[in-house]
Design a protein around this ligand. Structure first.
Ligand code: FMN
Length: 163
């Protein structure tokens, strides 16, 4: 128990955000914004490896989507746990955010299997220059943009209000 209280709201306990952002830093922008909105401790997957995340009231996990799933380091992190945090949320940036539900499956499935309760999921467009896309400057140029960041802010507000 954190702070000696029984309140289960996101607002009542310490929050951590763990992310990987290897393509253009798109997800780092979202992770940084969420961390500031939720007053969370921000850490990379490397920094989170070997740490006990169960001590946090809520932990958010995010990365870009690469070949239909979150970054392999994030999946590996979850696989490595003996003890899992109770309450989590998932976020990503992607070339095709319309596929969010499907592309979050690998991470969500692992978290649920470890016994985590998933409070919410967020995905927005991220600048994507993979493969031949770079020839035309990529897709989703200038994303995440202000609208994406606003959506992320609203997502954080919902998390703060969630029980
Ligand atoms: C190697 C590679 C594979 C990708 N595969 C997908 C994919 O399967 N689905 C998708 O929607 N976006 C895909 N993308 C686009 C990224 O998810 C998108 O650019 C994301 O914003 C990158 O986040 P980052 O800058 O934080 O690493 C891929 C990008 C790269 C570099």
């Amino acid at each position: 128990m954190i702070n000696g209280d029984e309140d289960n709201t996101v607002a009542s306990g310490k929050v951590a955000i763990v992310y990987a952002s290897v393509h253009h830093g798109n997800t780092r922008q979202i992770a940084t914004l969420l961390a500031s909105q939720l007053d969370a401790e921000l850490m990379t997957v490397e920094e989170a490896m070997g740490r006990c995340l169960k001590a946090y009231r809520v932990v958010g996990f995010g990365s870009g989507i690469y070949f239909g799933r979150h970054h392999h380091s994030l999946l590996k992190l979850v696989d490595s746990w003996n003890e899992a945090p109770d309450r989590v949320f998932i976020f990503s940036t992607a070339g095709l955010p319309i596929l969010r539900s499907l592309q979050h499956t690998a991470l969500r499935g692992r978290l649920v299997k470890k016994g985590c309760s998933v409070l919410g999921e967020f995905c927005c467009r991220g600048w994507d220059t993979v493969g031949p896309l770079w020839l035309m400057g990529g897709i989703n140029r200038k994303h995440p943009n202000e609208r994406d960041l606003d959506r992320a802010r609203r997502f954080a507000e919902k998390l703060l209000a969630s029980r």
